[in-house]
Design a protein around this ligand. Structure first.
Ligand SMILES: *Cc1c(COP(=O)(O)O)cnc(C)c1O
Length: 419
C-alpha cells in the first residue's frame, strides 16, 4: 500500500473550507479548560458517603479496554461471579453485574421481582429505603410503607406485625441507611421472618457490603444489591446484584414482560451466564470491580469487617472526645457512614466547603438533615486517612468558631486504634 501523508494533510486542512460535508450549524467548537487545570494538584481525600478512594490496582484495571465478548472477558466474568458469591455469602449462581449506579442495581431488583399489582412492603428508615418504595410505585405495585421515625432501626417485631397485616409479595429493606446513618441491626431476623411467610426479600447493601456481615443464604435474602463506589472501593457506575434461586424462579415464571429492557434479568443472563450479547458491558469498570473484589478476597471478610469496625469506632470515639455529638443513637448507629450533628451556629454546607478548601478533605452533608457525614467504607478505613480527617474536622470546627478539644480527640483516636 502506498503511504499517504494523511496526518500532514489533515493538519493543514482548513476546517472551514471542507466541501465534503454540509456547513455546520454550530461551527465553533467550545473552548474548554484542560482537565489538568480543573482537577486540584493536590487531590482531595474522599472521606464522604461515596465515592471512596480506590486502590491503584483498581484504577489501573479501569484504564484497560478489552473485547466485551472474548475469551478473556469470559474468564473475568466467571471470576467476578465467584468472588461476588463469597462477598454476598451465597451459593446462588444468579450473580450479575449491572452497568449503572447502585440505584440501577436497586431498580433491577425491584423491576424483576415486582409486577403491576404486586403487594410490596417497604421498610423506610430514610432517603434510600424510600427510593425502593418509589421505584415499586412506578411499577404500579400496591405499596405499603412501614415508616420508622426518629433515626431508629426497624425492629423484627414491628416488621413481622406489618407482614402479618399486609401479607406482601415482596419486602424491601436497607441494611445501612446512608442518609441518616441508621443501621437495621435486626435484618437477619426480619429477612427470615419475611421469607417464612412466603415473601421475597430485597436488601439494599450498597454502603454496607464487605464492611460488615451480610449472609445472603443464611439470612434467606432473595436479592442483594450493591454499588461499586462504597464498601467495595471500586469505581462508581458498575454495580452488582445477586438473586436467590427462589427469586430466579419467580423471574423465570413471570408472565408480564419487564418494562425495563436494560435491567431485564433474563436478558442480562445472556451476557453474565451465556457468553452472548445483551448490551456492551462497561468492560473497564468490570475489570476494576474484579480487582476490588480480589482485594476483598485476599483480605478475607472477617479481617475486613474487623478493620472497618475498629476504624469506625475509633473515629466515633475521636469525634465524641472532641465535644461533638453523633447523630444516630448507639442502638441504631451505622458504622459504615458516621453522622455528626452540626454544632449550633454552623451549617453543614459551611463545614463541608471549609474542610474541602482548607484541608483538602471531602466529607458529606445530608439530604436536609443538620448533619455532616464521614464515610468508613473500604479504603476510607485506614489509620492515616482517619488521622488526617479527624484533624481536618476539628480544625474546621475551630476555624468556624465551634469549641472543640483537639488534643483529647486525636489522643482518643490513637488510643482507640490500639485496642
Ligand atoms: C449510595 C447508596 C445508594 C445509591 O447508590 P447510587 O450509586 O448513588 O445510585 C442506595 N442505597 C444506599 C444505602 C446507598 O448508600
Amino acid at each position: 500500500m502506498p503511504t499517504r501523508p494523511l496526518r500532514a494533510a489533515e493538519e493543514t486542512a482548513d476546517p472551514a473550507s471542507s466541501t465534503d460535508h454540509p456547513p455546520l450549524v454550530y461551527s465553533q467548537p467550545p473552548r474548554v479548560r484542560l482537565l489538568s487545570d480543573i482537577l486540584p494538584d493536590d487531590p482531595l481525600l474522599m472521606m464522604g458517603a461515596g465515592p471512596v478512594p480506590i486502590p491503584d490496582v483498581v484504577a489501573h484495571a479501569n484504564s484497560v479496554v478489552i473485547n466485551h465478548l472474548g475469551a478473556t472477558m469470559s474468564t473475568i466474568i466467571s471470576q467476578v461471579k465467584q468472588m461476588a458469591g463469597y462477598v454476598f455469602q451465597t451459593k446462588s449462581e444468579w450473580v450479575l453485574g449491572v452497568a449503572g449506579p447502585g440505584s440501577a442495581a436497586m431498580e433491577m431488583a425491584i423491576c424483576n421481582l415486582v409486577s403491576p399489582g404486586s403487594k410490596v412492603l417497604c421498610v423506610v428508615n430514610g432517603f434510600f429505603s424510600a427510593r425502593m418504595a418509589e421505584m415499586s410505585r412506578r411499577l404500579d405495585a400496591d405499596v405499603v410503607t412501614l415508616d420508622v421515625e426518629g433515626n431508629q432501626a426497624a425492629s423484627a417485631q414491628q416488621v413481622e406485625q406489618a407482614i402479618e397485616q399486609h401479607r406482601p409479595d415482596v419486602l424491601t429493606i436497607v441494611q445501612g441507611e446512608t442518609s441518616n446513618t441508621v443501621f437495621n441491626r435486626e435484618l437477619p431476623a426480619i429477612a427470615r421472618a419475611a421469607k417464612k411467610r412466603g415473601c421475597l426479600v430485597v436488601v439494599d447493601a450498597v454502603c454496607t457490603l464487605s464492611t460488615m456481615p451480610l449472609q445472603m443464604d443464611d439470612w434467606q435474602i432473595d436479592a442483594v444489591i450493591t454499588g461499586g463506589q462504597k464498601g467495595l472501593s471500586s469505581i462508581p457506575g458498575v454495580s452488582l446484584i445477586a438473586f436467590s434461586n427462589d427469586a430466579w424462579e419467580h423471574i423465570s415464571r413471570r408472565k408480564t414482560p419487564n418494562t425495563h429492557w436494560v435491567l431485564d434479568a433474563r436478558l442480562a443472563e445472556n451476557f453474565w451466564h451465556k457468553g452472548s450479547y445483551h448490551y456492551t458491558a462497561p468492560v473497564s469498570g468490570v475489570l476494576a470491580l474484579h480487582e476490588a473484589l480480589r482485594l476483598v478476597c485476599a483480605e478475607t471478610l472477617p479481617v475486613r469487617f474487623a478493620r472497618h469496625s475498629r476504624s469506625s469506632f475509633a473515629l466515633q470515639n475521636g469525634i465524641e472526645a472532641m465535644g461533638l455529638r453523633l447523630f444516630a443513637p448507639p442502638a441504631s448507629r451505622l458504622n459504615s457512614v458516621v453522622g455528626i450533628t452540626v454544632p449550633e451556629g454552623l451549617t453543614n454546607t459551611g463545614i463541608c466547603a471549609h474542610i474541602s478548601e482548607r484541608y483538602r478533605v471531602e466529607i458529606s452533608g445530608s439530604f436536609g438533615l443538620p448533619i455532616v457525614r464521614i464515610g468508613q467504607m473500604g479504603e476510607q478505613c485506614r489509620a492515616h486517612n482517619l488521622f488526617r480527617t479527624l484533624h481536618a474536622l476539628g480544625s474546621t470546627m475551630r476555624d468556624l468558631g465551634a469549641k472543640v478539644d483537639m488534643p483529647a480527640s486525636m489522643a482518643t483516636l490513637e488510643y482507640s486504634l490500639q485496642v
